[in-house]
Design a protein around this ligand. Sequence first.
Ligand SMILES: [Zn+2]
Length: 656
Amino acid sequence: MVTNWKAVPHKEVKVTDKYYDEALHIQVKNMLLLDPDRLLAGFRETAGYIAGDGEETRTAFMKGKARYGGEWEDGMIGGHTLGHYITALAQAVANPGLSDDEKGKVKERLDYIIDALKECQDKTLGTKYEGYIFGACLPTKEFTDNPAQQFDNVEKGLSNLFTEAWVPWYTMHKIMTGLNAAFALAGNDKALEVDNLLAEWICKRSEGWSEETNKTVLSIEYGGMNDCLYELYDINRYLKESGDSRAYEDPERIKAAAHRFDQVELFEKVLSGAANVMNNTHANTTIPKFIGALARYEVDRSEEKYLAYAESFWELVVGKHTYVTGGNSENEHFGEDSVLDAERTNVNNETCNTHNMLKFSRRLFAVTGNKKYLDYAENTLINAIMASQNHDTGFTTYFQPMATGYQKVFNTLDGNFWCCTGTGYENFTKLQRGIYFKAPEKLLVSMYLASEYENEDYKLVQECDFTESDKVKMNVTAKDRKVIKDSLLLRVPTWIKGKMVVAAGNLRFEAGCGDKFLEITPAELAIAAGDSGAIELEITLPMGISCFNLPDGLNTYAFCYGPYVLSARLGNVKMKEKFHGVRVSVAAEKAVDSDELKVTEEKSVEAFIENIDKYLVKREESCEFDLSGVSKPLVFTTHFNQYTESYGIYWKYVTA
Ligand SMILES: [Zn+2]
């Protein structure tokens, strides 16, 4: 089935929810604290070596600045942060939630960086590296003599992170995605120039690969190189068809390069539905590959097999590898199918993965119209993405432990430029994305979140806060004409208790949760508006406690209240940290000896869960819940804004 759903443009939606609005401003403030010259240092050094500049010229070109430390930005993966940063800035430029002052600053920062990358690229003109920009460290003479050495090494299958190559194509994906966003979202023309010349370098390089070399390259993490190349192809195809002189002369060449990053062998393996096909695979390596498969279908709807690849992978991850928050993975990897309780540790739910699954789900919805993707997206945005931010500092998590008793650990300003720090920047400048989708003569409200959506015909204002009430007020006001020609489609959340009720003037609509959206036609909207041209809707979404166990831990339960995952507050006494992997800070000590809770008031766990409304009771004036009927009373709260204490989402209930 072909659908025409599109996420509405960033600039048409403003989020007004207090917590989300704060999250945006904290993030922007945090991002502006970074020194762009330090993020650019590696790119300038690389360009200097390519141009054959002497040390003095090179240092001057680098403005005397060094890369940030922490073994990532000054390591062989250096430069990945700048890619994320460009995307986050471009999104910020397009975000109506920013003040004029903030917008001026982020635009200035973005333009400065793109200008600097153009200067770097200009130094490559006429050399064998023409178009190449990169920011990783150049650890030995071998690398300063050949600043693309990492890419050569990958083609030989060499991938030692410290001496040979630390996923250079992954980093290239971040850079290209940033340039795509700077052009498409922020209208920076120079970004497209740099992007297209960089694409030419990629085309030339990959056109020389034998089948065997291509295979070797794909065996080493390459992010979503297919995704960003399809995206750039699409941008150029559109410009070319419009007769725009900014277009790359042969977009099909970029598409052919994208194909070289489609790992069909892996796609087929997943589509086969074989058991444990993801066991021990690196999650953040794999997810973007399938987003790339989807991208192939997005640019060519005859490639239906690629949609099937994407859908089967999504089903596998969400069905067999996902926790209640929407997160997945243990120590960056997928495990065996449906083994989740046994893999609850201090290193679950890498933020990059939820970031990518969220992006993936919304795009899958746009091409299929299937509601399940939006159900997942809402849950993941609230309970994994919003939950990844320290709401005081704007710093974000790498992992979110699913073992009970750990706390969230956040990055710091100049020490931790992890992969997830980069996705963390991106997450909070696009919070308005995915609330509204548009198709011809249809507007879909996918999420209930206080916000304003405005297009040329009408304005929709949504007010709600589920931590306080189960009511949503929605006002739709027609602009010039008094008639709204769009149908209004409302998503019926999976978490409602009973029926969703919509009152619109004298009209009343009801819907239970299912696969369909509640649709209000233009004729019905006209009746609801009466003579005023303004439509007021009151939507009631009854909330209550839902219980979720794990396939391999039938008595291990998590609780939700409405859309919110709840976690028990466990104090801040045992919040210790240690290093893990390459200087990643993780939680080191549990605040509880055991996550077992003995049921005291019922004979069985089933009976306790069945009567949960009796035992998990919301306090009158807050979104806190008292758990009783067990050996150890606990206080639960919404997980998304719990970042100052150790926590427990999952507890194992036992009877004597
Ligand atoms: Zn990450």
